[in-house]
Every structure is written in structure tokens, then in C-alpha cells.
Design a protein around this ligand. Sequence first.
Ligand code: ATP
Length: 367
Amino acid sequence: MSNYKIAVLPGDGIGPEVTNQALKVLDAVESVYGDIKFERELFDAGAERFLKTGVTMPEGVFEHCQAADAMLMGAIGLPEARHPDGREVNGDVIFRLRFDLDLYAGVRPVKLYPGVTSPLRDVSKGINYVIVRENIEGLYASRTGGCNVRGNVATDTIIITREGTEKIVNYAFKLAQKRTGRPIDGKSIVTCVDKSNVLSSYAYFRSVYDEVASTYSDIHKDYAYVDAMTLFQVMTPHNYDVVVAENMFADIISDLSSATVGGLGLAPSGDIGDNHALFQSSHGTAPSIAGKDIANPLATILSASMMLDWLGERHRDHKAIEAGRKIEEAVSNVLREGHYLTSDIGGKAGTTQVGDAVVAAFRKLFV
Ligand code: ATP
């Protein structure tokens, strides 16, 4: 019997709605497998809480997250919930968890599922790559450490360390070893995205990438400057397998990549460390569509699928790994059939209907 303690942070805006659908899918996993259980604890953290109490995430919630086997998050933040310097409060939760639990790898799969329309003209060669974002260094490490001189000068400092870069590049190469290569020819390849032609910090990132890459003879090396990368993601996305980049660059290219495969409503993510991991959609709280039962829950459901894969690998639980894959297969089937799609991907179904459709498709896989 596997019993996993999951800290659930539904958050703000559409967060609770999409999280509910993912929790329904976890219910289905429990009932189909019988010997996998999720002990869920729901925690109130986020912008609403900040507006009411002045605290975004109490210390006790952080400690519960730390003690959990994994964390599942909806989305956090509201435009009006800000610190006096203008920063949105979502960082109080997401950056706190990433930095203090050492969730150094931001893993963002970019996959075009059958039935999903890409805005790109020709996707016949497929899109299936993973962006591995260095999550706790880079420019965002300066989040509370930048300086503002008398309101006239503001600076932030990018942090690139050997240890952090080695860890993230190793993560990317190990991930490439587990995958089946890029869609166009099955070649296993890790692309280093940087701006090493301009800044010494990125040149250093690339030099550490080179050192690590030389220890993986089975995986090809590849490089792209970040500006060119945005063009390649649009023109030749089939060339990519695993992409590794500094924190802010990866943040930016992730949003672009999600647009090529159906938008933010289909973009899952994992913030993964050696001992803790948090799973959430790549999208924010989308307040303009909150409470209307129209948000796409698939990114959060796919994030739950990633969570099972991670838990399964960590605990050598092949059933959890299988359940994660079956959730993805169920999502893929719902998308291919096209009867239950939310409006962001061209359908008319509501959030709840899509969640129900995934549960039904999941159960069907075991009939
Ligand atoms: P953040 O700054 O937290 O990333 P944001 O406001 O920039 O938030 P999102 O909240 O992700 O960005 O939403 C941007 C737009 O994308 C929304 O207004 C909405 O139209 C669309 N969107 C995002 N997530 C979804 C979803 N799950 N389903 C449907 N549409 C979505």
C-alpha cells in the first residue's frame, strides 16, 4: 500500500477550480488502483489571504509543505495584492518554496497533443520537448536583494554558481537519457540557452554546461542564444528534446513554448528538488475568468500526472508511475476526441465537464 501525503495549495483566481479537477482525478486513481492513497491536506495560502491578513503564507503552512511527500498547487496571486515596492505577493509562496526547499529544477514539458491546434503553420514534424529551468539562481535570485538608490537608480544582480549550474545541467542530461529523443529523428540532445555572447555570467553558465556535457557521451550537445531560441521555437520546434536555461530566460521561453502547443491551459510544470517537489500549471490565476467554470483544468491535471511520475520514481512505486502515464493518456484521449474542450482551445465545455471527461477517460483505460 502506498500512502502519499500531498499538501494542496489551491490558491487564488482560477486556482481552486482547476485544483478541484485534479483532485477528482486523484480520487479516480485511488479507486482504480486500490493500493495507492493520497492523504490530502488543503492549505490557505495566497493573495486573498494576504489581502485579508497581511500574510501570504503562514510559517505553519510552509512546515506542512516541507513535511509532505509532494505539493500540488493551483495558482497564486492577484494583481491588487502587492508589497509596498510593487512586487506581487505570489513570490512569497512560490519563491519561498522553491528557494527554501531547494526545488532547483523547473520542469516544463512542451508537447503538442493530437487534436490540439497549434498557431504554427506546419507542425507535421511534431513538438515534444522539455524546458528545464534553473529555478533558484539567475536573475530572480536578486528578487529581494536588488538595490534602489534614492528612487533614481535600480539594480538587480544575476547569480550563476558552479554548484547550481552543475545540478541543473546534470538534471537536464539525465532527463534526456530517460526520454526518446527529439521528434524529428529521435536524437537525444540537450540545448543550452544563454546569452554567452554578451554577458560573462551566461558565458560561465555555458562553460559549466560544457564540462557537464562532456560526461554524457550518449547525449548530443547543442547551443542557442536566447533571442535566436525564441525564433527557433516558432520555426523549428521539432529540433528540441531537452532545453536547459537560466531562471529568467527559461521563464520567458516557457510561455512562448506553451503558446505553440495550445496555450497556458495545457502547460503543466514541476518544481523539483532532490527531496521535495511542487507541481502546478504554468499559468497564473487568470482573475478575469475566475469563478465562471470556464478555465482549462488540463494543465493542472497534467501537473498531477507529473507528480505521480515523480513520486513513483522516488519511492520505486511502478504503479504510481503507471497511474501518472494513464492520466496523461486520458488527457490525450479527451483532447483527440475533442468533445470536451474549454473555450481557450476551441471548445464549449466547462471546467467541471472537462475534469469529468478526464476521469471517465481514465477509468475507461482499465475496463
Ligand atoms: P501571472 O503573472 O501569474 O503569470 P498572468 O495574468 O500574466 O499571471 P495568467 O493568469 O496565466 O497570466 O493568464 C493570462 C491569460 O491566459 C488569462 O487572462 C486567460 O485568458 C488565459 N489563461 C490562463 N490560464 C488559463 C486556463 N487555465 N484556462 C483558460 N485560459 C487561461
